[in-house]
Each structure stands twice: as C-alpha cells, then as structure tokens.
Ligand binder design. Sequence first.
Ligand SMILES: Cc1cc2nc3c(=O)[nH]c(=O)nc-3n(C[C@H](O)[C@H](O)[C@H](O)COP(=O)(O)O)c2cc1C
Length: 224
Amino acid sequence: MAETDAMSVTDAVFARKTIRAFLDTPVSDEDLTNLLEKSARAPSGGNVQPWRIYVVGSDTMPIFLDYMSERDLEEPEYDVYPPKLWDPYRTNRFQLGEEMYELLEIARDDRSGRLARLAENYRFFGAPASIFCFVEKGMGPPQWSDLGMFLQTFMLLAQEAGFDTCPQEAWASYHGAVKEFVGAPEEEMLFCGVAIGHQDPAAPVNSLVSTRMPLAEWATFVEK
Ligand SMILES: Cc1cc2nc3c(=O)[nH]c(=O)nc-3n(C[C@H](O)[C@H](O)[C@H](O)COP(=O)(O)O)c2cc1C
C-alpha cells in the first residue's frame, strides 16, 4: 500500500474530496481489508457497530458493472433529501451542481447531458473497486449516524493510504439490484456505495473544491 506516512488527520481531512473520475488502476482486496479493519475503530453509540459492508473489489467489478447494465432504476427506499429541500441547504446543493456542470461543460438546459453524467454514478465514475454500506432496517437515525462515522473514517484512511473516494447515495436508486448482487439479507437496507481508486488528474471535474458555509451560519457559541 502506498502509505503516505507524514499525513496528519488535518492533512487527510483537507486532501479528501469527492472524486468523480478515476483511473482503472486496481485496488487489492488486501488494501480494502486493511482499510475496513481500521475503519471499524469508528465509534458507535453503545458500540453496536451497525455497519454492514459489502465489497465489490477489482476482480468482481467487471461482473458487477455487466450485471448493472441490465437493470432499471428503482424507487429509493429512503428520501435521499427531504422533499422540497429548503434554504440554505437547497442553495448549497444547487451551487454544487452548477459548479460541477460548469467544469464538465454541460449547460443547465442540457437535460440529456446531465442525465448521462448522473448515469456515470452507476459505473462508479470508472473506479476499480467499491464498498456498499448497509444498515439493518430496524436501526434508527443514531445508527445511521454511526454508519456515517464509519464512512468518513474509511475515506480518511483511504486518503492516508494514497487512495481517493466518492461516497454515492445515487445507489439508492438501484438498491434492489445491489442487494441481489451482493447477497444482503432482506432486513438490511442500502445506504450508499463508496467508489475507491486513484483519481484521474487530467479530468477537469476532479478540480472541484466544494465550498462550505461560514461557521457563523451553522455554529452558535452560547453565551449566558
Ligand atoms: C453520504 C454521501 C452520499 C453522496 N452521494 C453522492 C452521489 O451519489 N454522487 C456524487 O457525485 N456525489 C455524492 N456525494 C458527494 C457530495 O456531493 C460531496 O461530499 C459534497 O459536495 C462535498 O464535497 P467534497 O466531498 O468534495 O468535500 C455524496 C456524499 C456523501 C457524504
């Protein structure tokens, strides 16, 4: 594994960003095992460890993509966003889309261009490997939050190990197909996929650095 020993947590936090174009350089199962084992050090309320992970590694990926090419979109099992997202969240989401499509040179009214781009999600943006994150249907928001901590731990460790990632809720629109392929039991529910590999440095979309709201808009120092 291409360990970058000097990477601090802060370095990893700033180095991690969502990559939407990957090289086809494979990721070994050994590297994925190592990352997953370390990621399980993520905290979870009561240490319940509710994450359920299915790996589609570099050997299985071509078979998975072939299988997916025959499948149709499905109604997601959960709302990826609340219906009628409100501000400031709505504007944040809109801004990200605009910035991304500008880099991709896809015009706002180019519906088919945008749809084709969306479909790239379902090829993991060319990534050679991925994980799918599931959680049991009986689990509630606290355990979904635990899964989120696992996810970020995984992505930061991947960064440290020299890999790039893309978390993908887009897979919610193929939850049945994914579940069938990976063999997850009925009681488990797909949250997201995470593409993992090496970014294509020549792809303009990878130059996107998403913005963040100023701290004063989301943090309050309580004074009495
Ligand atoms: C749980 C989760 C699901 C996401 N799903 C997608 C997705 O389906 N497709 C995509 O292109 N980006 C997806 N993203 C990436 C977000 O758009 C991205 O994290 C956000 O714009 C902030 O940018 P950054 O990750 O580069 O810092 C997802 C992120 C998270 C955390």
